[in-house]
Design a protein around this ligand. Structure first.
Ligand code: AMP
Ligand code: MG
Length: 413
């Protein structure tokens, strides 16, 4: 049933990389931008590159509390005594220094003529003069105008998902608002006759809907505006109508459950009745089945039902797709090597994600410990771990003490 020609493994599964690339290729960035004050811009995607309207720092200033001097007035290789002729505090205009020393404070403009600042800790002041030690470096403790950012240069690229430090930079440049892209609207629902809304009584054979709470938060962190459509029953006609309704005004429809191969495939039938669908068997563990297609012209992603499979499928397939929808310059999650505190043998062929916690050993080194909950349904294993060890498709076994790529959840969310 997998549609892809390339990227198949021996068993007819689609590789994760191929699935993600194909998913991303199916969507275009949303159009529409808006201006937001900096106070509301965190996590939004920059519509255009930001060009610095001024130098940073805007003027030469002192990095320390001390004395501004002209380097030429210091005796080479010996201490120098100079009269203190004035002082400048932060926020005051720049003075003029023709000779001697000038008392100066951190952030204050350096007097014109001065080219070096001596820290007050290195100086001995008294009687209107100051004794400066030998060995001062020319240009010491001076922050030059434009040394951090030069006016006219690009400081942030289009597509940057704004972070706190980016907002700090924009503020330092005097920009009170910023043009960002509209956030993608994502319609979300869960499917399954067994599902109950948290907070309601649990009937026989029922379980609470866990996926929607998780996906709502993952979508929000990915910058989406979530339209929460609740729980849908396993009934193809109802599902079809709900899918049609959900697609109107949304940039993406995302569901969980009802796509496992061999089950009563309600989601598949409903999507096919109003759109297109490929049901991929992706070469990952957990998370194999992922449905992708469109409903009434709107892109559709159908994640599996098991919560850990949902988490993995979202992180590695839906997240890059959302990044493209959002117009975000997406950086795929970067894994760092970490030492394993366990051995693991398996049948190669799929990329496997093991839930681990990081522990610091007695020697201070960090070791990854596997969570005992291994099943694709174990929410505790996700909630009680720090991230995922990634085993490449061809890896058959790892030993305790081996190094393996680790993806902290912070990289995925
Ligand atoms: P399905 O793909 O619909 O057959 O679901 C696979 C497994 O995931 C079953 O055990 C379902 O009960 C469970 N499941 C499906 N949807 C959810 C959900 N929203 N929250 C928690 N578990 C779910
Ligand atoms: Mg189901």
């Amino acid at each position: 049933m997998a549609r892809l020609g390339g990227g198949r493994t021996d068993s007819g599964l689609v590789t994760l990389d191929e699935a993600a690339a194909d998913a991303v290729s199916r969507v275009q960035p949303v159009s529409g931008t808006m201006k937001l004050p900096l106070a509301e811009a965190d996590g939004h995607v920059l519509a255009d590159a930001v060009i610095a309207p001024l130098d940073l720092p805007p003027f030469a200033n002192s990095a320390v509390d001390g004395y501004a001097v002209r380097f030429a007035d210091l005796a080479p290789g010996a201490a120098t005594r100079l009269p203190v002729l004035g002082r400048t505090m932060a926020g005051e205009p720049s003075a003029l220094l023709e000779q001697g020393a000038w008392r100066i404070f951190t952030g204050a403009p350096v007097p014109e003529g001065a080219d070096t600042i001596v820290m007050q800790e290195d100086a001995v002041a008294g009687d209107g003069a100051v004794m400066l030690p030998a060995g001062i470096r020319r240009g010491a403790n001076l922050r030059l105008a434009g040394e951090d950012v030069a006016r006219g240069h690009e400081v942030l690229p289009a597509g940057r998902r704004l972070r706190p430090q980016d907002l700090g930079l924009l503020a330092a440049l005097g920009l009170g608002e910023v043009t960002v892209r509209r956030r993608p609207r994502v319609a979300l629902f869960s499917t399954g006759d067994e599902l109950t809304e948290p907070g309601r009584p649990l009937g026989p054979g029922a379980i609470y809907d866990a996926n929607r709470a998780m996906l709502r938060a993952m979508l929000a962190r990915a910058g989406a505006e979530v339209v929460d459509l609740g729980i849908l029953r396993d009934e193809a006609k109802d599902l079809e109508q709900q899918l049609r309704d959900a697609s109107a005004g949304s940039d993406l429809v995302i569901t969980s459950g009802g796509v496992s191969v061999g089950e009563a495939d309600h989601v598949r039938d409903a999507v096919l009745a109003c759109g297109t669908l490929d049901l991929w068997r992706v070469a990952i563990k957990p998370g194999k089945p992922i449905a992708i297609g469109s409903v009434a012209g709107t892109p559709f992603v159908g994640l599996p039902g098991n919560p850990v499979a949902v988490f993995v499928g979202f992180a590695f397939v839906a997240r890059p797709l959302l990044a493209r929808l959002a117009g975000e310059a997406y950086v795929p999650p970067r894994a760092h090597p970490i030492r394993l505190g366990f051995a693991h043998a398996r049948k190669p062929g799929r990329r496997e994600f093991l839930r681990v916690s990081l522990e610091q050993g007695v020697d201070g080194s960090v070791v990854a410990r596997r969570h005992p909950g291994e099943g694709a349904g174990s929410l505790a294993s996700l909630a009680q771990s720090d991230g995922l060890i990634v085993l490449a498709e061809d890896v058959a076994r790892v030993e305790a003490g081996d190094s393996a790529p680790f993806l902290p959840y912070a990289e995925l969310l």
